[in-house]
Design a protein around this ligand. Structure first.
Ligand code: PLP
Length: 405
């Protein structure tokens, strides 16, 4: 618990315990407002946000350009469903397709929905285009993946907590070690329709693969007529210092999965982006979503694409990310065992003797820094990309102090 919890915080958390399903264990901070990289709680205490809603707030809380686009669209049109066209959807899809160097976009809402949609598209592509007997297409995934929480997606998760009790599971997936291209080559057979992976594994602890891995995955997929699907829902959209994490290896997947920051931290907006010979397998009635591609989300998404086209956040993430990594590396041997990541995205393994990741997160919150633990004693630093070098220094100083150095 935070040192001086006051009644408003306590009351809200008590109400939460009674009425909000217990599927998360949040830090005891009750946010009331936010701007840029800072969150203010119901007591007026300020916190430097070093999580950015798992990268959904890459461009800063209440980014002025995004908020202006949202306000303007709220005053015009918010939802028609896909039963009619809106004047917002096609321009958004055209802009996003161009950013990705692809032909088409399938707009959805949550990240998990984009992954689900891509699985359906890959299976249909396997049957209709590749000629795999219907119902027999398999998709190769990576160990320790995280792609969301639906029944099908947890079917190929290795996280026992995410899976246990939720069966029966969806068949059709084969899992191989992340980073091992030989294992992937061995797993591909005539029924393989796709390889689905995060270019950098986020929830697993910001795990960056060996340098030749993604280029080899790309070559194997091309050789065997298999779709390479890159889940860039957390790693994409400037987080790692490039528009897409795949760009670090000059790899272009067949399918990009995007979400989180695509909605500007305002609305859920996700997308499957691919060429026509892939997304063209979908016909009317075969897939859909009432809110997918709604005018409000599309207007916000168009603004996000405009922001990304300018490249300022990619540059900030690369430059400030180098600074963040330098500072965190300076703590190795002083309570930190390992630091991984790219750009303003870092997984920091804490010496378990100094406390669990959750305990260290709580101590950081008491000092005004919000981070999220993942897998025992790993902390994830993923601040909004508007963070400054001074703020990074201050956050790392707080970490050094809670680790006793
Ligand atoms: C790589 C990746 N894919 C998919 C998802 C699922 O996104 P959502 O929570 O919006 O369903 C996440 C969420 O953390 C993610 O990190």
């Amino acid at each position: 618990m935070l040192g001086s919890m006051s009644t408003r915080t306590e009351d809200t958390i008590a109400l939460d315990r009674r009425h909000v399903a217990h599927n998360y264990a949040p830090l005891p901070v009750v946010a009331a407002s936010a701007l840029g990289a800072w969150i203010t709680d119901v007591e007026g205490r300020r916190y430097l946000d070093c999580l950015a809603a798992y990268s959904a707030v890459n461009f800063g809380h209440r980014n002025p350009e995004v908020i202006a686009a949202a306000h303007a669209q709220l005053d015009a049109l918010t939802l028609v469903s896909r039963a009619f066209h809106s004047d917002r959807l096609a321009p958004f899809c055209a802009a996003l397709a161009q950013l990705c160097g692809k032909d088409m976009v399938l707009p959805m809402n949550s990240g998990a929905e984009a992954v689900e949609s891509a699985i359906k598209v890959a299976r249909k592509w396997g049957a209709d285009v590749k000629g795999v007997p219907a119902g027999q297409g398999t998709i190769i995934v990576a160990r320790n993946n995280f792609h969301g929480r639906t029944t099908t997606i947890i079917s190929f998760s290795d996280d026992d907590t995410a899976r246990r009790g939720f069966g029966p599971y969806t068949p059709g997936f084969r899992s191989v070690e992340f980073g091992d291209a030989d294992a992937l080559a061995d797993a591909i057979d005539d029924h393989t329709v796709a390889v689905l992976l995060e270019p950098i594994q986020g929830e697993a602890g910001i795990v960056v693969p060996p340098g030749d891995y993604l280029p080899r995955v790309r070559r194997l997929c091309t050789q065997h007529d298999v779709l390479m699907i890159a889940d860039e829902i957390q790693s994409g959209l400037a987080r790692t210092g490039r528009t897409f994490a795949c760009d670090h290896w000059s790899v272009v997947p067949d399918v990009y999965l995007l979400g989180k920051a695509l909605g500007g931290g305002v609305v859920p907006l996700s997308a499957v982006v691919a060429d026509e010979h892939v997304l063209g397998v979908l016909h009317p009635g075969e897939h859909g979503s009432t809110f997918g591609g709604n005018p409000l989300a599309a207007a916000i998404g168009t603004t996000v694409v405009d922001i990304l086209r300018r490249g300022e956040f990619q540059r900030r993430s690369a430059e400030l990310g180098a600074h963040l990594h330098d500072r965190l590396q300076g703590l190795t041997g002083r309570g930190v065992l390992d630091v991984r990541g790219k750009g303003l995205w870092a997984g920091v393994d804490i010496d378990p003797a100094l406390g669990s990741g959750k305990q260290v997160s709580l101590r950081l919150a008491e000092r005004g820094v919000l981070v999220k633990d993942t897998h025992g004693s790993t902390l994830r630093f993923a601040p909004p990309l508007v963070i400054t070098a001074d703020e990074i220094d201050w956050a790392v100083d707080q970490l050094a102090e809670v680790l006793g150095h």
